[in-house]
Each structure stands twice: as structure tokens, then as C-alpha cells.
Design a protein around this ligand. Structure first.
Ligand SMILES: CC/C=C\C/C=C\C/C=C\C/C=C\C/C=C\C/C=C\CCCCC(=O)SCCNC(=O)CCNC(=O)[C@H](O)C(C)(C)COP(=O)(O)OP(=O)(O)OC[C@H]1O[C@@H](n2cnc3c(N)ncnc32)[C@H](O)[C@@H]1OP(=O)(O)O
Ligand SMILES: Cc1cc2nc3c(=O)[nH]c(=O)nc-3n(C[C@H](O)[C@H](O)[C@H](O)COP(=O)(O)OP(=O)(O)OC[C@H]3O[C@@H](n4cnc5c(N)ncnc54)[C@H](O)[C@@H]3O)c2cc1C
Length: 660
């Protein structure tokens, strides 16, 4: 029985066509759909018991799933794209993520042709397993502050890897704790007693025969992390070196080379390329944000249509909680954000692929913008997604707190995305630096790409919004101009404040809070703009483009409402215009309402991937919640183990004292 069938009948767009729009193309949709079904129908990938497993059992279970996934990749000759979808739907963080997601890209981006030829075939056949060992106990954000040393010894033509202090211990790398045989280790290059910056080195950690740590290497897991199951399927590790020697050709030498004689040779490649792997991964994290948020929103939307509270008159059904305006005002902006993040990630991927091609051809001019966009959008989307998942939990009331809702584990797995691959505040400060530099160069350098609007800063500073009615907000020009004006005005105002400081770094530190706000407004502008640009494309299917248009306005006007202080303080909007935007938002929520279930069905998530009783496709929530409760190990017996030992004596004592 489909308890949501009436809801599905209400929608006025072609769901199958929307699935294609969400996936990006029919090919991508078919590929993703095939992998989703492959995983959902394979009992090895069962995951309901995960939060109840102890750590050792949990990790072993992950290893079993990873081995099975690898076997499927080989046996079914899956392409790299198919393997990525498979990994997504298996839905369990594992050492393989870091191997494929960071170790291999680090070698691809920072290795010489010779190094790539040697290491990549081994890694791609998984004859070695690698991780990305950058962060230390004492330093994560401040990469130049890392303390591990790689000292060149001209006599033996080797680097000596060493951990001179406790705080220099590598700490956090995923896959390091128990599985990796190798690592790309970031360390201070020391040649002839001089420090030459932080570089990456390929270091073997464990024996390829019996997996034991090699001499001079201390390695292990850093311990349990937040939540049950969740990210505990990953062996984040600690690593120390005691004068471990590696051959000279294991320093990744695309950026700088060290010769046999101990001479440092700089290539034309900028040193920022050492941070290049982070640009790649941040881009993938933006795509993951839309997946995580859409999952939470799918659960909360379906459950909000099933759940009824209050409002029953003459014995009729109570009100579905999705019909409460307050519920809609919390849920629908998240639904719109999931779509917005999906489309901005599509754009970001194309930007990244373009930069990657250029970097391969030694063309580096677009790297700063790629860095700012990946850092800023990673920060913006992961913050919104982490907050959004928690909001979805609240939208599901008490039942959202049950592990079987799928939301607690999703939250626990997701929240470190605000920290890993760059703390979100630190990343926004990088965007702010880029924007301040753009503003300071306006007189002699035409801004391009995502900062092109800064080239129109004079008019953006003067012109105010012309919107007169709530309907007036349904105009892409009016909305984009509002976001451009806000971002430009905030950036210029901050640049003016900065100019008052004699020492720019002192000014930057003092105004950091404002600078983060400038960066956020710039990143929100990018997301809004890319959503409108998406709508310019040919999007087939009855009502699909129209429904996306509604979501685009919901996303933009919700942000405008939330940040109306900025729009008012910069003088671009009047209070009346801000309240017209809010009125329009209410109308938009009414337009989303009949399509809400179809909009989450368009994510095409299997019940396996959602992992939620509240979010079941058929809406059959209550019987399944009831059944699931009886499957809890506590309900294996009526009288629980420990009762006779610890509780009964207390009860007996009460009886005894009652007699007295
Ligand atoms: C067949 C296939 C089978 C299976 C497939 C299976 C699975 C997997 C597939 C895919 C999975 C994909 C991905 C998943 C992988 C992982 C995701 C999951 C888990 C996450 C793991 C997390 C890993 C980590 O966390 S690694 C550690 C990350 N650490 C950080 O991010 C540190 C943050 N700090 C910094 O970035 C920098 O130190 C700093 C930027 C903050 C400061 O740098 P610095 O001290 O040098 O200062 P500045 O002076 O500010 O900067 C100097 C100049 O450099 C420019 N800059 C900075 N960063 C970059 C960059 N990244 N790129 C380019 N340029 C950069 C900066 O702008 C300055 O420039 P200027 O011109 O001088 O102004
Ligand atoms: C689950 C997980 C997986 C990870 N995987 C890996 C991995 O595979 N490999 C790896 O190398 N690392 C990994 N990391 C480490 C991760 O990259 C770092 O934790 C992250 O970059 C943040 O650095 P930090 O811990 O030093 O935070 P800190 O920089 O110590 O941050 C602490 C606080 O200080 C603030 N702060 C710091 N600097 C500034 C500043 N300049 N201005 C203003 N505020 C500032 C931050 O905003 C934050 O609030 C992982 C971390 C986690 C949680």
C-alpha cells in the first residue's frame, strides 16, 4: 500500500523528467539508478544494524563491504564513474575514500610524469593502499606550521622523515590508522640546514607482506568519534616517524625538485599547487552536500506528509504537519537549497575540470578563482547542510531522534564536513582575501568569472531596488541585482575600513568577522546566479522548469529574508521591499506544497540509501516503527540481563524498609 499516493497525484510536473534534471543527464541518471539498485539488492550492503556494532566488529564489517565492492568493480568491469556511484550508495565511509579521493589525486596533481608512471598503476590496482597525511596533533589549518621534517641527506641520496615533537604526530588522516600501506606525508623540506616550505612525500608505512609497521614507524587509530556507527567505520590515524629513510625520488617533485647534490630547483609551477588536492576534494564535498541535504529533506518531507497533529473537526482527519506554514517555512527552503547545491556543484565541477586541464598544460591563471570558489562553496554548503540535517530532525518531532529515522547517523557522519578539508571559517577568510584583492585591483584589472559583477561596482553602489510589488520579486534581474549589490557594497565597505589600518594584516585580523560576512554574501550570490543560469538551459519535461523556477525563487528570497539586515544596512532595499519579498515567499511555499513529495521522489533514492523508516517511499511509517522497536536487542527477553543482579536487590530493599 502506498500511503503517499494521494500526495503523488497532486504534483503537476513530470517526475521522471525531473529525475533526469536532478541527475544532470539521462546517461548519468541511468548510471546512478543502476548502481543504486545493485547496492540495494545486495545483502552484503545491509546497514540497519551498523549503529549497534562495537568498533572492531564495525570496522571488520566495513572491510567486508569494501572488499565486496571491489570484487563487484572488477567482476562487472565497472567504470570509474560507476565505481563512484557504487561508493555513494554503499553509504559507509571507508579507507578506500581517502585512497581514491586524496592519495591518488595527490600523486596525479603533484607528481612528475616518472612518479605517476611508477605509483599510479600500483595504487589503481590497489596493490598499495594510500592515505593523505597532512594534519598533525598541533596543526591542521596552518599547513605551513606543520612540524614533521624531511631532511635531505646528500651522502645517501635519501630524505629522513622525522617527528621531532609530540605535536608533530600526524593525527586524523583517514585510512591511516589500520589500513594504509603508504601515505602522502606533508613535511617541512630541509636541505643544507635550510627550510624550503612544506612538500608531499610518498612514504611506505606497513609491510606489503604481513601489514606490520615498518621500522621507525609508530602508527595506530586515534579512537572513537562522534555518534554510533557514523564516521567510526573510518580508521582515522596517528603516525610518528623516528628517522625513517626514503629515497629522494619519493618527494612529489612537480612543484620543486631536489637534486642529488642537494640543490633546490623551482619549476614554473606555483607553490600553491601543493594545495591542489584540496581544491579537487572541496569540489567533491560540494556535490556531497547536495546529496546529504536532499536525503535529510526527503525523509522530513515524506514524514511531514504522513504525520498529522491537531486540526480535526467533526471527526475528520487531523492536519498533515506539512500543511502548517511554519513547517513549510523551515522545510521548503531546505528543499530548495538541496536543488541549489546540486546545480552549483554541477557548475563547480565544470570549473574544476577546466582548471585541471589548464594546470596539466602548465596554465595557472585561473587557479586563484578556483581556490576561492571551491573553498567558499565548500564552506557555505557544508554549513547549511549540517544545520539543515539537524533542522530536518526537529521537523520530524520525537521520532526524528530515533536512530531508525536515519537522521542521527546522517548528522553524525556529515558534521565533520564543516571541519575537514578546511575549517569553514578559515576557508571563508581565504575567500575574503581573494575579494579584498579583487577590490584593490579594480582600477587596473578587470574582474572576471564570479567576480565580474565587481566591474560594475559604481552602478551597483548607486542603484537601488526598483521592486514595487510582491510579484515584482519574480524577476531574475531584480533578484540577482539585489544579491550583487549587497555583495559589492559589503566588500567595498570592508575594503574602506581595511584601508584605515596602517598594517593590512592587522586590519584583516581586526575585521575578520565582517570579512567572513562579505565572503558569505559573495558565495550566496554565486549559488543564486548559477541556479538562474541553470534555468536558462533547455530542461525538458512537463512542468519541470516551472517547478525549478519556484524553488530558485524560494532559495533566493529565503536568503534575502534571512539576511535582510545586510540588504537594508547596505541601503539597497527599503523595509517595504524586504517585506514584499517575504510576502512573495509565502505565496511560493503554497506553490511548492502540492509538488513537495514529487520533488523529493525526483532524487530517486532507494529505501536502502535513505536508511529511514520515516522516509520510506510507501509512507508506511507507524507499523514499521512499531516492528523495528521489537527488533532491538533489549527486547530479546522480557527481563533484561543485569536486572536480577543490580535492580532486584534495590526493589527488595524497598520492600524490606516498607515492612519496617
Ligand atoms: C575505481 C574507483 C573506485 C572507487 C572510488 C571510491 C571512492 C572514492 C572516490 C571519491 C571520493 C572523493 C572524495 C572523498 C574524499 C574524501 C572526503 C571524505 C573525507 C574527507 C577527508 C578530509 C581530508 C582532510 O581534511 S585533508 C586536510 C585538509 N586540510 C586543510 O584543508 C587545511 C586548511 N588550510 C589551508 O588550506 C591553508 O593552509 C590555508 C589556505 C588556510 C593557509 O595557507 P598559507 O599559510 O599558505 O597562507 P596564505 O598566505 O593564506 O596562502 C598562500 C597563497 O596560497 C593560496 N592558496 C591557499 N590554498 C590554496 C589552494 N587550495 N589552492 C590554490 N591556492 C591556494 C592563497 O590564496 C594564497 O595566494 P596569494 O596569491 O599568495 O594570496
Ligand atoms: C573526520 C575528519 C577526517 C579528517 N581526515 C583528514 C585526512 O584524511 N587527512 C588530513 O590530513 N587531515 C584530516 N582531517 C583533519 C582536518 O583537515 C583538520 O581538522 C581541519 O583542517 C581543521 O584544522 P584544525 O583541526 O587544526 O582546526 P583548528 O585550526 O585548530 O581550528 C580550531 C578553531 O580555530 C579557528 N581558527 C583557526 N585558524 C583560524 C584563523 N586563522 N582565523 C580565525 N579562526 C581560526 C577555527 O575556525 C576553529 O573554530 C580530518 C578531520 C576530521 C574531523
Amino acid at each position: 500500500m502506498d500511503y503517499l499516493s494521494d500526495e503523488r497525484k497532486k504534483s503537476d510536473f513530470d517526475v521522471e523528467a525531473m529525475k533526469v534534471a536532478w541527475a544532470g543527464s539521462i546517461q548519468e541518471f541511468q548510471l546512478s539508478d543502476r548502481m543504486a539498485k545493485l547496492v540495494a539488492n545486495d545483502p552484503v550492503f545491509e546497514k540497519f544494524t551498523r549503529p549497534m556494532l562495537g568498533r572492531k566488529e564495525l570496522l571488520k564489517n566495513t572491510l567486508r563491504k569494501s572488499a565486496h565492492a571491489w570484487k563487484l568493480i572488477i567482476d562487472l568491469r565497472l567504470s570509474e564513474e560507476e565505481a563512484k556511484w557504487l561508493r555513494l550508495y554503499v553509504d559507509e565511509p571507508a579507507y578506500t575514500d581517502l585512497h581514491w579521493g586524496m592519495f591518488i589525486p595527490a600523486i596525479e596533481g603533484q607528481g612528475t610524469e616518472e612518479q605517476k608512471k611508477k605509483w599510479l598503476p600500483l595504487a589503481k590496482k590497489m596493490q598499495i593502499i594510500g592515505c593523505y597525511a597532512q594534519t598533525e596533533l598541533g596543526h591542521g589549518s596552518n599547513v605551513q606550521g606543520l612540524e614533521t621534517t624531511a631532511t635531505f641527506d646528500t651522502r645517501t641520496d635519501e630524505f629522513i622523515m622525522h617527528s621531532p615533537t609530540l605535536t608533530s604526530s600526524k593525527w586524523w588522516p583517514g585510512g591511516l590508522g589500520k589500513l594504509s600501506t603508504h601515505a602522502v606525508v606533508y613535511a617541512r623540506l630541509i636541505v643544507g640546514g635550510q627550510f624550503h616550505g612544506v612538500h608531499g612525500f610518498i612514504v611506505q608505512l606497513r609491510s606489503l607482506e604481513d601489514h606490520s609497521p615498518l621500522p621507525g614507524i609508530t602508527v595506530g587509530d586515534i579512537g572513537l568519534k562522534f555518534g554510533n556507527g557514523a564516521y567510526n567505520t573510518m580508521d582515522n590515524g596517528v603516525l610518528r616517524f623516528d628517522h625513517v629513510r626514503i629515497p629522494r625520488n619519493q618527494m612529489l617533485m612537480r612543484v620543486s625538485q631536489v637534486t642529488k647534490e642537494g640543490k633546490i630547483m623551482q619549476s614554473d609551477v606555483p607553490r600553491q599547487l601543493i594545495y591542489g588536492t584540496m581544491v579537487y576534494v572541496r569540489q567533491t564535498i560540494v556535490a556531497d552536500a547536495s546529496k546529504a541535504l536532499s536525503r535529510a529533506v526527503c525523509i522530513a518531507t515524506r514524514y511531514s506528509a504522513v504525520r498529522r497533529q491537531f486540526g480535526s473537526r467533526d471527526g475528520g482527519p487531523e492536519t498533515q504537519v506539512i500543511d502548517y506554514k511554519t513547517q513549510q517555512s523551515r522545510l521548503f527552503p531546505l528543499l530548495a537549497s538541496a536543488y541549489a547545491f546540486r546545480f552549483v556543484s554541477e557548475w563547480l565541477k565544470s570549473l574544476y575540470l577546466d582548471v585541471k586541464q589548464r594546470l596539466e598544460a602548465n596554465e595557472f591563471s585561473t587557479l586563484p578563482e578556483a581556490h576561492a570558489c571551491t573553498a567558499g562553496l565548500k564552506s557555505l554548503t557544508t554549513t547549511a547542510t549540517a544545520d539543515g540535517i539537524e533542522e530536518c530532525r526537529k521537523l520530524c518531532g520525537g521520532h526524528g531522534y530515533l536512530v531508525s529515522s536515519g537522521l542521527p547517523e546522517l548528522f553524525a557522519v556529515y558534521i565533520p564536513a564543516c571541519t575537514y578539508e578546511g575549517d569553514n571559517v578559515v576557508l571563508m577568510l581565504q575567500v575574503a582575501r581573494f575579494l579584498v584583492k579583487t577590490v584593490s585591483e579594480l582600477g587596473h584589472k578587470k574582474p572576471v568569472g564570479t567576480t565580474a559583477y565587481m566591474g560594475r561596482v559604481a552602478s551597483l553602489m548607486q542603484k537601488n531596488s526598483a521592486v514595487q510589488t510582491a510579484e515584482g520579486w519574480l524577476n531574475p534581474g531584480a533578484v540577482v541585482e539585489a544579491f550583487e549589490s549587497r555583495a559589492a557594497r559589503m566588500a567595498v565597505r570592508c575594503a574602506q575600513e581595511l584601508a584605515k589600518f596602517g598594517n593590512p594584516e592587522e586590519g584583516f585580523a581586526e575585521l575578520a568577522v565582517d570579512l567572513v560576512e562579505v565572503a558569505v554574501s559573495h558565495c550566496q550570490l554565486i549559488v543564486v546566479t548559477k541556479f538562474f543560469e541553470k534555468l536558462q538551459q533547455d530542461i525538458p519535461g512537463k512542468g519541470v522548469k516551472e517547478s525549478l523556477e519556484v524553488l530558485c525563487y524560494v532559495y533566493a528570497l529565503f536568503l534575502l529574508h534571512k539576511h535582510q539586515g545586510d540588504f537594508l544596512a547596505t541601503g539597497y532595499l527599503t523595509p517595504k521591499q524586504a517585506s514584499l519579498a517575504n510576502a512573495q515567499l509565502r505565496t511560493l511555499y503554497s506553490k511548492v506544497r502540492p509538488n513537495a513529495i514529487a520533488l523529493v521522489d525526483s532524487f530517486s533514492y532507494t529505501d536502502h540509501y535513505l536508511g529511514s523508516i520515516l522516509g520510506r517511499y510507501d509512507g508506511n511509517v507507524y507499523p514499521k516503527l512499531y516492528e523495528a522497536a521489537w527488533e532491538d536487542p533489549l527486547n530479546d527477553s522480557d527481563v533484561i540481563d543485569g536486572f536480577h543482579q543490580y535492580v532486584q536487590p534495590i526493589l527488595k530493599q524497598r520492600l524490606h524498609s516498607a515492612k519496617l
